[in-house]
Design a protein around this ligand. Structure first.
Ligand SMILES: [Zn+2]
Length: 205
């Protein structure tokens, strides 16, 4: 039977278990002689450059997938050796060099692509009076449009404990245009539900 490629997107707020799900999907897909490779961004060095680590401590070796033009050549090279390609934290790449088109091309060549990503840019910036609920990262629009399967995960609201679909920045935003400065953990970001989000329109609440 011919192998069928696909694009699977795992999307949700922070602390929803996206990376855990990504690792499980890769391990499940890696049956028989199918070889898998896992990529991560060089921007996200929270747990070192050579592995992906979940918030609860599971880990898998990973390689850095550069951004810009080199991203495509690294993916093509990997596709010669691997059948399954995992990408963690997909929001760190943009589509200016045709990443999504390349993922589509690989999927049509029997590769299985698994990619996790944040669903929305973090919300609530009281000092700027801005709220970004519903604003996807650039790559999200194209990726979701071409996904064969989408897993939507939710987390637990840090204010009320109910299911949370969004992420709130709880410390002041970095005064920077550098994406790396925005990377953070539980100290800087928490999951929040729509109801609690709607109550923080006013600065100070
Ligand atoms: Zn809530």
């Amino acid at each position: 039977m011919p192998k069928i490629g696909k694009i699977v997107v795992i999307i949700g707020p922070m602390f929803a278990g996206k990376t855990t799900r990504l690792l499980k999907e890769i391990q499940k897909a890696r049956k028989g002689s199918r070889k898998a490779v896992l990529f991560k961004s060089g921007i996200d060095n929270r747990y070192g450059e050579s592995e992906v680590v979940t918030h609860d401590g599971a880990r898998l070796p990973a390689m850095v997938l550069p951004d810009g033009e080199r991203c495509i050549s690294v993916l093509r090279k990997a596709a010669k050796e691997y059948d399954i390609i995992g990408i963690d934290e997909g929001q760190f790449w943009d589509n200016t060099d045709g990443l999504v088109e390349e993922l589509n091309r690989l999927a049509s060549n029997s590769k299985s692509i698994y990619i996790s990503m944040l669903n929305s840019k973090a919300v609530y910036i009281p000092m700027l009076n801005r709220k970004l609920k519903g604003e996807l990262f650039d790559i999200g629009y194209e990726l979701l449009a071409c996904a064969d399967h989408i897993y939507t995960l939710r987390s637990k609201c840090w204010k009320c404990g109910r299911k949370a679909s969004f992420t709130q920045r709880i410390t002041p935003w970095p005064k920077s245009n550098n994406m790396a400065d925005f990377v953070g953990g539980a100290k800087d970001y928490q999951p929040i539900c729509s109801t609690c989000l709607s109550k923080i329109d006013n600065p100070g609440l």
